[in-house]
Ligand binder design. Structure first.
Ligand SMILES: *Cc1c(COP(=O)(O)O)cnc(C)c1O
Length: 369
């Protein structure tokens, strides 16, 4: 049972920042010196844990922590690893894929886009077709869990194709890493990006990149910015035993360590995935019983966040619905797609099946207008 209600006025049913445990929040109650050994050892312990979480072949991978929200880490990768003569292929089916395209344009990176629309998962067929036609493509980027809709993209097929054509594979696994079993070596991922405040259940303030060491080591001098220079940040962390180049979010880092310990205590990614899946299943089935329809088919639905169509009642407004649920102790999320009116409900964080049952009860009591 969650103990978060103690100081939280409502449960965050959002894709992050999300409701964290009492212990994660308490871990922030002391101050740290960024160049002291105690703190740097904490950073190194986190780096080791992250790589081991990501793959059984941990000796081939390394990790870089980066200040800022998750977007900063995505931009750190795109702006730091693609050489001037390189070309990026972005697969998109939502706002986060589109954001990668936008970043590439800002940095003047040659970019191809395959847009799958908003409700169709990415697929390897069109990727292969384009790779045949355009051998100049060097890097492929995709979002794993497209938080815009709740879509879980089939990245294994894309990774297999990228590998077969010798391309570098970049995955934004922001809202999935830690919440679904995966081995990035098996998925042929060269750069995986995620952040502190999603499935690991930390608080916001930094992101991280898990990279194939041989690839990252070859990127020196490619960065198009100073502060998001991935290679430089990595080199500093490696050479100076966990030191960040510039001021790091010390309290957030300490809280993240606690969150990683709690992930292990829960039983790792498999167990967390089971809890999230159970949450999502209770939510989706319960909403259906109440007459709400999900945007996505069950096959593409992630266990993290679900989009629902507005109900048919004319009097429905998202704002009023939101306010009533907030009063009842739940904060939900607006929709983000253009083709239909939807809202979203997340089920990650310190959120349990009994919370989903309580939510459904609150929705049942507040669904008539
Ligand atoms: C949360 C998220 C991001 C990063 O968003 P920030 O607001 O910068 O933390 C990127 N991609 C996906 C898929 C996300 O869910």
């Amino acid at each position: 049972m969650n103990q978060t209600a103690i100081d939280n006025p409502y449960l965050l049913l959002t894709p992050g920042p999300l409701t964290t445990s009492q212990a994660v929040r308490e871990a922030m109650l002391r101050d740290w010196c960024t160049w002291d050994r105690d703190y740097n050892e904490l950073v190194q312990a986190i780096r080791v844990k992250l790589v081991r979480l990501a793959t059984a072949r941990f000796e081939d991978f390394t990790t870089v922590l980066m200040q800022g929200s998750g977007t900063f880490s995505v931009e750190a990768v795109l702006s730091s690893v693609i050489p001037t003569e390189g070309k990026l292929l972005v697969l998109t089916n939502g706002a986060y894929g589109d954001r990668m395209v936008q970043m590439a344009r800002v940095h003047g990176i040659a970019t191809e886009v395959i847009d799958f629309g908003e409700v169709t998962p990415v697929a390897a067929g069109p990727v292969e077709e384009l790779l045949e036609k355009d051998p100049a493509i060097t890097h492929i980027a995709v979002v794993h869990s497209e938080t815009t809709t709740g879509m879980l993209n089939p990245i294994a097929d894309i990774g297999e194709t990228a590998k077969r054509y010798g391309k570098i594979f970049i995955v934004d696994a922001m809202s999935s890493f830690g919440g679904v079993p995966m081995d990035i070596a098996d998925l042929h991922i060269d750069y995986l990006i995620s952040s502190a405040n999603k499935c690991i259940q930390g608080v916001p303030g930094f992101g991280f990149i898990i990279a194939r060491t041989t690839e990252l080591a070859a990127t020196k001098g490619r960065a198009r910015t100073l502060s998001l220079d991935l290679y430089d940040q990595w080199e500093t962390m490696e050479k100076h035993n966990g030191k960040w180049r510039f001021t790091s979010p010390t309290h957030v880092v300490r809280a993240f360590y606690q969150a990683l310990v709690e992930l292990e205590a829960e039983g790792g990614m498999e167990k967390r995935y089971e809890r999230y899946s159970r949450n999502q299943q209770i939510l989706a089935e319960g909403m259906e019983r109440l007459g709400f329809r999900s945007l996505l088919s069950k096959e593409s639905q992630s266990p993290f966040i679900t989009s629902f169509y507005y109900p048919d009642q004319e009097a429905f407004t998202f704002q009023a619905f939101y306010e009533r649920l907030k009063k009842a102790g739940f904060v939900i999320y607006p929709g983000k797609i253009s083709q239909a009116d939807t809202f979203r409900i997340g089920n990650i964080g310190e959120v349990y099946p009994e919370d989903m049952e309580r939510l459904l009860k609150a929705i049942a009591e507040n669904r008539f207008w």
